[in-house]
Design a protein around this ligand. Structure first.
Ligand SMILES: NC(=O)C1=CN([C@@H]2O[C@H](COP(=O)(O)OP(=O)(O)OC[C@H]3O[C@@H](n4cnc5c(N)ncnc54)[C@H](O)[C@@H]3O)[C@@H](O)[C@H]2O)C=CC1
Ligand SMILES: O=P(O)(O)OC[C@H]1O[C@](O)(CO)[C@@H](O)[C@@H]1O
Length: 397
C-alpha cells in the first residue's frame, strides 16, 4: 500500500506511541505505520485504520486519529515492504529505553532497503525517557550494517536526540486502541542533527531547539524526577495512585523541595532558563500530577527503579548537578532513599526485585556506593542512609 502523503514509521504502538508521537504525526498529516510486537494491536490498527484519543481534563474531549496502519516489527519481510514506501521521511520510537537494541534489526532493514533503492535522507528519533536514547539506537543500528551501509547511514540518516513530555497512563476503552492522555504535550528535537528530507515539512507539534541538552535535562530532572519521588513516597505510604500521593501534604512538600533543588541547579547551569519561569514550570508540573482525571498507578511511574537510579537519570542526575554547583539537595536525596525501598508486592517489576536482592546480598551502603560511584564517608551517602532508616519506619506504619 503506497500513499501520496508523507509517511512516518513509528516503533511501539503503546501509550506514548498511540497517545502522543503517532497522534502528533497523524495530525500533522502523515500516514503513520505503527510497528509493534503485539499482534492484537497490529490487527486492530489494520482493521480500524484509526482510533480515539480521550483528552483527560475537566471537560472530556475526544480526538479521532485517522489514516494509520500496523506491521509486526519482528516480520522483516513486511518491514522491507514498508521500507519501499517512497514518501518515508521520519522514523520514531517509543518502545522503552531498554528495548531500543531489539528494534535495531528492523530499522537497519529499512536503511538497507532505502540504500538499495537509492533513496534520500530521513530522520530517526527515539522518543524515550533517556538522555541519549537516539544515540543508543544509532549505535545499535550501526552494528547491524556493513561498512558501505554505515557510510550511507552517515550521509543520509539524521539521528536527532529529543525530549518528550506527556503523561499517558494505561487506559481501559471499548477498543484496544483507545488511549487516554493529558491535554499537555511537549516534543522538542535537536535541530542541529536533523537532516533535510524530501518531505521537508515543519511538523506541527514537534518543536526544535539548538540547546537540546538543556531541555532534555529540564524535563528529566523536573517532570520525571518529581514523578519518581511522588511514586516512591506514595508507594511507601500505601497510596495506589500519583493523585493520592501528591495530595498528601508531606509528599507534596518533599517533591516540591526536590524540584526546587533541581531547578536551582538547572537555572544556574543553563542561561536559557530563569528562576521565575522555572518556578512556573514546577508549579504546572505539580498541577499535572494532581489531574483528577488521570488514574496513574505509583507502580507504573516507579517502574524499573534501577534504570531510574542510573547516574545521569532523573534522581542521581540532578543530585550530581547540585554537587557540582555546591547547592542543597536534601529533597532529592530523600527521593533516592525512597527509591531504594521500592518493592511492589505483585513481583512483576524485575528491576525492583533485583534491587532488593542486591541490597540484601551486598548491604545498602555498598549498593548506594555502586550506583553513585561515591566514596565511603561521602556526606550525601550518609544523608541517604539516614533518610532510608526514617522512611523504612514510615512504610511499616
Ligand atoms: N507513558 C508515558 O506517559 C510516557 C512514556 N515515555 C516513554 O515512552 C516510552 C514508551 O512508554 P509507554 O508508551 O508508556 O510504554 P508502553 O508499554 O505503553 O508501550 C511500549 C510499546 O512498545 C512495544 N514494543 C516492545 N518491544 C517492541 C519491539 N521489539 N518492537 C516494536 N515494539 C515493541 C510494546 O508492545 C508496547 O506497545 C518509554 O521510553 C517511556 O519512558 C515518555 C513520556 C511519557
Ligand atoms: O516511563 P518511565 O521512564 O518508566 O517513567 C515513568 C515516567 O514517564 C512518564 O510516563 C512520562 O514522562 C511519566 O509519567 C513518568 O515520569
Amino acid at each position: 500500500m503506497t500513499t501520496n502523503k508523507p509517511v512516518a514509521v513509528h516503533f511501539g504502538a503503546g501509550n506514548i506511541g498511540r497517545g502522543f508521537i503517532g497522534a502528533v504525526l497523524s495530525q500533522a498529516d502523515f500516514h503513520v505505520v505503527f510497528a509493534d510486537v503485539q499482534e492484537d494491536i497490529i490487527n486492530a490498527l489494520n482493521k480500524e485504520h484509526g482510533y480515539d484519543i480521550h483528552l483527560m481534563d475537566n471537560e472530556s474531549r475526544t480526538e479521532r486519529i485517522e489514516d494509520v496502519r500496523g506491521v509486526l516489527s519482528t516480520n522483516l519481510e513486511e518491514i522491507k515492504k514498508v521500507a519501499k514506501e517512497p514518501n518515508i521521511s521520519i522514523i520514531t520510537t517509543a518502545v522503552g529505553a531498554n528495548v531500543l537494541p531489539k528494534i535495531a534489526k528492523p530499522i537497519a532493514q529499512i536503511i538497507k532497503t532505502r540504500m538499495a533503492d537509492n533513496r534520500g535522507p530521513i530522520n530517526i528519533i527515539a522518543c524515550e525517557n533517556e538522555q541519549h536514547a537516539t544515540t543508543i539506537l544509532q549505535e545499535a543500528v550501526e552494528k547491524e550494517l556493513n561498512e558501505e551501509e554505515q557510510k550511507y547511514m552517515r550521509d543520509n540518516i539524521g539521528f536527532p536526540v529529543c525530549t518528550v513530555d506527556r503523561i499517558v497512563p494505561p487506559f481501559e476503552g471499548k477498543s484496544v486502541l483507545e488511549v487516554g492522555v493529558e491535554p499537555f504535550y511537549e516534543w522538542t528535537v535537536d535541530v542541529n542533527s536533523l537532516k533535510r528530507t524530501d518531505e521537508d515539512v515543519k511538523i506541527k507539534g514537534m518543536d526544535t531547539t539548538d540547546n537540546l541538552e538543556a531541555y532534555v535535562q529540564r524535563k528529566l530532572f523536573t517532570l520525571n524526577c518529581g514523578h519518581a519521588v511522588t511514586a516512591y513516597l506514595g508507594f511507601l505510604t500505601h497510596k495506589s495512585t500519583i493523585l493520592d500521593a501528591i495530595k498528601t501534604p508531606f509528599i507534596h512538600s518533599t517533591v516540591s523541595k526536590a524540584l526546587n533543588e533541581s531547578g536551582a541547579a538547572l537555572v544556574k547551569k543553563y542561561s536559557v532558563f530563569n528562576e521565575s519561569d522555572h518556578s512556573k514550570y514546577i508549579e504546572q508540573i505539580l498541577r499535572r500530577f494532581a489531574n483528577p482525571q488521570l488514574h496513574d498507578e505509583v507502580t507504573r511511574v516507579g517502574r524499573e527503579p534501577l534504570r531510574k537510579l542510573k547516574q545521569g537519570d532523573r534522581l542521581l542526575g540532578p543530585i550530581e548537578m547540585c554537587r557540582e554547583l555546591d547547592l542543597p539537595r536534601d529533597g532529592l536525596l530523600t527521593g533516592v532513599a525512597a527509591a531504594l525501598l521500592f518493592s511492589p508486592e505483585d513481583g512483576d517489576d524485575e528491576e525492583a526485585k533485583e534491587l532488593q536482592e542486591k541490597i540484601s546480598q551486598k548491604g545498602l551502603k555498598d549498593v548506594i556506593l555502586e550506583l553513585t560511584g561515591w566514596k565511603d564517608g561521602d556526606e550525601d551517602l550518609d544523608a541517604i542512609l539516614k533518610q532510608h532508616e526514617k522512611l523504612k519506619g514510615t512504610s511499616t506504619n
